[in-house]
Design a protein around this ligand. Structure first.
Ligand SMILES: Nc1nc2c(c(=O)[nH]1)N[C@H]1C(S)=C(S)[C@@H](COP(=O)(O)O)O[C@H]1N2
Ligand SMILES: [Mo]
Length: 201
């Protein structure tokens, strides 16, 4: 009797999907929930999104006010620096450009610092504020689940996912860069997955 060797499991990866993965990334089978700390409660009566710093018109939207802003739907990928990626996630929300136009971002602004509820922050260069960067309120047409960062999370599909701050409550435009939660440990300020910008030092 010949013992059967255990089957070698090779994940089937569509070559087209493989090409869309930045260097060093693997296509995830499931979508992990990943964050520091607890999921904060959401109270629409007290929730606000505040914008300050290098802006001519600092603003704070209430939940109702925020929902009245224009929204678009985009399809974007997600690349976690821990090496899993997902392709073609469908997000709806307000483009960051709408916020920038309404607060009149000043010419000296060069960085944006996103503040999550509970103190998690992430910084990005202003140049990373492309039209696909959303303050997302929905995924696949359904309101964003609390564990996904609902009611509002940042979605910056072309930066490593730690920049996509869940439970977004503040946007600060700044002249000088300020490292956020992971950037203080040496993670990259710009975090372009195609250039494999994982660490700055
Ligand atoms: N507020 C907050 N946002 C966060 C994080 C966090 O710890 N706190 N983790 C980031 C990291 S490292 C990743 S990979 C993504 C994960 O998003 P997901 O849980 O929807 O997969 O959220 C990002 N946004
Ligand atoms: Mo991550």
């Amino acid at each position: 009797m010949i013992a059967r060797s255990p089957a070698i499991k090779r994940p089937k990866i569509d070559p087209a999907a493989q090409e869309r993965l930045p260097p060093g990334q693997i296509l995830a089978k499931r979508w992990p929930v990943r964050h520091e700390g607890e999921i904060p409660p959401f109270d629409p009566a007290t929730w606000s999104l505040r914008v300050w710093g290098c802006v001519a018109r600092p603003l704070a939207w209430s939940w109702d006010g925020f929902q009245a802003l224009p929204q678009i739907t985009i399809t974007g990928d997600m690349h976690c620096v821990a090496r899993w990626s997902l392709l073609d996630l469908v997000w709806s929300g307000t483009p960051i450009g709408e916020v920038m136009a309404r607060t009149n971002v000043l010419p000296e602004a060069r960085y944006v610092i996103f503040h999550g509820e509970g103190g998690y922050t992430a910084n990005l260069p202003l140049a990373a504020m492309t039209p696909d960067v959303l303050l997302a309120t929905a995924h696949d047409g359904a309101p964003l689940a609390p564990e996904r960062g609902g009611p509002v999370r940042l979605v910056a599909p072309n930066r490593y996912a730690w920049k996509s701050v869940k439970w977004l409550r503040g946007i600060e435009f700044a002249r000088d860069d300020a490292p956020g939660f992971w950037e203080r440990y040496g993670y990259s300020a710009s975090a372009d997955p195609w250039a494999e910008e994982r660490f700055d030092r």
